[in-house]
Each structure stands twice: as C-alpha cells, then as structure tokens.
Design a protein around this ligand. Structure first.
Ligand code: CU
Length: 159
C-alpha cells in the first residue's frame, strides 16, 4: 500500500516537471535498452529539441551509479565511444537525435538489470545560453530494440 502511493507521487512529480519545462526542451521517443543479469551498462536514446539554444550538460538516474552522455565515432575501422566534453549542444529549434550508433545516454554501474516493459526515471540537466541550469524529470520505457517511432539508429534497419 505504502509502495503504491510512493509510485503515484513519483509519477505525478515527473509529469509535473515535464509539463513545467516542456517549452524549454522537447523530449520525444525516449527509450532505454534492456539488459541481461550481470550486464553493468546500457544505452538510452531520445530526440531532444530545444526551443532556444542550449546544452544537455548531465543526466542522472536512480538505476545507475554513473550516467554520461556519449558519442560514437569511427576511429579508423573501430567504432569508439567517449563522453561528450562540455555538454551536448542543442541548437535552437533543431532536433538532436540520441540513437544507437550516435549520441546516447550511457547508463553505467547499473544497480539491477533493466527489465523490458518497465520504466526508469531519468533527470536531464540543461543549460541555457545564459548559463542557467534547469532539470527535466522523464520516465523512460525499457525495450530490447527500438520501438516504432522512437529514436533508432540507421544500423538497426539491416537487422
Ligand atoms: Cu556509451
């Protein structure tokens, strides 16, 4: 009973904060990739559209000890990923896709496997052009592959 009420409050909070900041940055098609037991890291993907120029400076989630914004790039023949230095730039009115094979949110040091068809909480921290920070709480569904209409990498098509 107590647990149920807590869940409701959490969801209400997430909805409220999303609505309050909806004008600043629009988040669409967010999803996180499910993991198997023992797997300590996974990716989360979404499309971000900022109304005004800004940056995604950090991400946190209660399910992961460490969360970073990563980019994947070919280094010769090897696909490498690394943390985006100084925040991910969000141009005004232009959608920035975080998708498999490109930018992504890296959830590391996972506290438990991410089970498909569950939802995880994530807090995105944005910085506007004046340097002011704002938090956006979102609920992110967990899937094994990109759902229809979500941010999926071009690499997924050939599967
Ligand atoms: Cu990564």
């Amino acid at each position: 009973m107590k647990l149920k009420r807590l869940t409701l409050i959490t969801l209400a909070f997430a909805t409220l904060s999303t609505a309050a900041l909806a004008q600043a940055v629009d988040v669409k098609g967010a999803w996180a990739r499910a993991t198997v037991p023992g797997q300590k890291a996974t990716g989360a993907f979404m499309t971000l559209t900022a109304k005004d120029r800004g940056q995604l400076v950090s991400v946190s989630s209660p399910v992961a000890g460490v969360v970073e914004v990563h980019e994947m790039k070919m280094d010769g023949d090897i696909m490498k990923m690394r943390a985006v230095e100084g925040g991910l730039s969000l141009p005004a009115g232009k959608a920035v896709e975080l998708k498999p094979g490109g930018y992504h949110v890296m959830l590391m040091d996972l506290k438990a496997p991410l089970q498909k068809d569950t939802t995880i909480a994530m807090t995105l921290v944005f910085k506007d052009a004046k340097g002011a920070l704002s938090n956006l709480g979102i609920m992110v569904p967990v899937f094994t592959t990109a759902p229809a209409g979500a941010s999926k990498g071009h690499g997924d098509h050939k599967m």
